[in-house]
Design a protein around this ligand. Structure first.
Ligand code: ADP
Ligand code: MG
Length: 234
């Protein structure tokens, strides 16, 4: 298992195997992401999406596995729950571990529209606001790669739409490579440059999203792509 930097790709995975007991979850998976590419990862529940994400994030110390993974130095990870520390104020969460970075933290909070909540406690924020703080916490670290595991899964539909807009805007501005795990086919098509489907331990579908902007459910090509992905998801 090698993890090294100095890459031309933002992610390079080859022959990745991960097992839990005798359940082989990832079975020789290959994957490459270009710098700045926004990629969505779909797959049935239990197909191994989170396992792959944890492997890329270096958080899979309890699994047996083999294969090669190369990721950049600066990787941020976002989960369904924001994982803010409740005993730190919002700004403290954003700049945690960065030393004297208050100004950067405030700028990041302004970018996610929460400039006025720097001194609030995480528990005083809504779920959507907490996820925006989590995005600010990621951004302030200027990641070359953002790994996100169903970050909007717990949000209501309207908040989710706002978060989509925000994530797209932040991606445009900062251009990290993004690997977004989602079970929402429409979310994948709306946001990503490229959509993957994980099945039986490998990438079974790998398609660029070539739809005119703004991507709209009114576009018949949107529906065609959605049908293709739904077919692959079974
Ligand atoms: P997904 O995120 O696609 O829903 P996961 O990566 O969470 O899937 O899980 C893939 C498979 O690995 C599932 O069958 C799950 O039960 C199993 N698995 C995941 N984590 C563990 C673990 N820590 N111990 C045992 N089995 C696990
Ligand atoms: Mg999962």
């Amino acid at each position: 298992m090698a993890t090294h930097a100095g890459l031309t790709a933002a992610v390079r995975v080859s022959g990745l195997r991960r097992r839990f007991g005798d359940h082989l979850v990832l079975d020789g998976l290959d994957l490459e992401l270009a710098p700045g590419e926004f990629v969505a990862l779909l797959g049935k529940s239990g197909s191994g999406k989170s396992t792959l994400l944890r492997a890329l994030a270096g958080l899979d110390y309890d699994t047996g596995g083999s294969g090669e993974i190369a990721v950049p130095h600066r990787v941020s990870v976002a989960f369904q729950d924001s994982r803010l520390l409740p005993w730190l104020r919002v700004l403290g969460n954003v700049v945690l571990g960065l030393g004297k970075a208050g100004e950067l933290g405030r700028a990041a909070l302004a970018e996610v529209g929460l400039a006025d909540r720097a001194r609030a406690w995480p528990g005083e924020l809504s779920g959507g606001e907490q996820q925006r703080v989590a995005l600010a916490r990621s951004l302030v670290r200027e990641p070359e790669l953002l790994l996100a595991d169903e970050p909007f899964g717990a949000l209501d539909a309207l908040t989710r739409i706002k978060m989509h807009e925000l994530l797209r805007a932040l991606h445009e501005r900062h251009r990290p490579a993004v690997l977004l795990v989602t079970h929402d086919v429409d979310e994948a098509i709306e946001l990503a440059d490229r959509v993957l489907v994980l099945d039986r331990g490998r990438i079974a579908v790998d398609r660029r999203v070539e739809l005119p902007a703004p991507r709209s459910l009114r576009d018949p090509a949107f529906h065609e792509f959605r049908d293709l992905l739904r077919g692959a998801l079974g």
